[in-house]
Ligand binder design. Structure first.
Ligand code: FE2
Ligand code: FE2
Length: 358
């Protein structure tokens, strides 16, 4: 089971630095794992594929991409009100999750250096990419007179322990869903440039290729471990992680409709598009994927989001804790009920279509 580790005593934030949002189930997490078990993974069955991906990562196609051009050099005071708040929230969430990837990959690369050189180099290159992504987002925050103190975050966030198998499932999914999130937004703003209120969005096309390569590395790593896809237990875990990632995505997007509307995106359609594409992509790695075309699939996810908004309302009310608890309990049970029903929808076998998909 997951356990949480606190690495050190909380420190005070430097003045002028944005306090991180309160950690909830939906905020991006920081992870740690069993590094010894990762070092011992036998990757020989997929070594040529993994070496080819490491060559790609080493080529570092985006090394000149994350340079701020002259369009950034202006005042951004015209982005105000709800749009400004929603955009800053988007930047902070994205920066935290990119930075979380950096910390995990950096630690993996450090611990595997003398044990598993192929994996160590892959993690080294992916840490390099994530550091760039996080840094670029943090620079964007500074245009709004804010920044995240990343060393404060490193020391004070809770680290969640995931065994290597869970790390492989979840990081694979988060890289691929990251790819789809960035590319769908990029393509939309390419068609409607009048909605592109800040130059960051122009960088998403090459940026998401980094996430795509990271996802491909995790796909090869996953396929190199037959126990992660060739048995009934793996099928149950895969369904669990797909559903967790899709439910988190739905709740996160629909909690921030004002941000998506500010760039002219319908958040409901965007959520569906991201999930459908990620699910389809996951068929290349996972033994099963979810039946997103089932009539109950998005209906139940969206109902979870409605309930989540009611929970947020209760949380921000001034009622005593005990009252809040009894107000929230039936709502939480209702979300659990929806998720259970979604989990039980018959999945789609991806192994059968594997040859066709590749
Ligand atoms: Fe990234
Ligand atoms: Fe990534």
């Amino acid at each position: 089971m997951a356990k949480s580790l606190q690495t050190s005593e909380p420190e005070l934030l430097k003045p002028g630095v944005k306090a991180p949002v309160q950690e909830t189930l939906l905020t991006p997490r920081f992870y740690t794992t069993d590094f010894e078990a990762v070092a011992q993974l036998d990757i020989s069955a997929y070594e040529p594929e993994l070496r080819a991906i490491v060559d790609e990562l080493r080529a570092d196609y985006n090394r000149h991409h994350f340079v701020r051009d002259s369009e950034f050099e202006q005042s951004w005071e015209q982005i105000d009100g709800e749009t400004r708040g929603a955009f800053i929230d988007f930047l902070e969430r994205s920066c935290t999750s990119e930075f979380s990837g950096f910390l995990l990959f950096k630690e993996l690369s450090r611990r595997l250096k003398n044990r598993n050189p192929i994996l160590a180099e892959a993690f080294h290159c992916m840490a390099r990419d994530e550091a760039r992504h996080a840094g670029f987002l943090n620079k964007a925050m500074s245009d709004f007179n804010l920044s995240l103190d990343l060393s404060y975050l490193t020391k004070n966030r809770t680290y969640t322990f995931f065994p290597p198998e869970w790390i492989i499932y979840t990081v694979y999914l988060s890289e691929k869903i990251g790819y789809w999130r960035y590319i769908i937004m990029f393509r939309h703003l390419e068609s409607y440039p009048e909605n592109r209120f800040y130059p960051l969005f122009r960088y998403f096309e090459s940026w998401c290729q980094d996430e795509n390569r990271h996802g491909d590395f995790f796909k090869a790593l996953l396929r190199s471990q037959p126990q992660l896809w060739n048995n009934w237990k793996a099928r149950l875990w895969v369904r669990f992680f797909l559903l967790s990632v899709f439910a988190t995505h739905t709740l996160t997007v629909l909690e921030r409709v004002s941000f998506y509307r500010s760039v002219g995106i319908n958040p409901y359609e965007y959520n569906i598009q991201v999930i459908e594409n990620t699910n389809e992509t996951a068929a290349r790695a996972f033994p099963v994927i979810l039946d997103t075309e089932h009539p109950e699939f998005f209906r139940r996810l969206e109902e979870c989001s409605d309930i989540n908004l009611k929970l947020a309302e209760i949380n921000s009310s001034k009622s005593p804790k005990i009252v809040k608890f009894f107000q929230k309990l039936p709502l939480i049970l209702s979300i659990v009920g929806h998720l259970l029903r979604l989990y039980l929808i018959k999945p789609i076998d991806a192994e059968l279509s594997r040859e066709a998909v590749f």
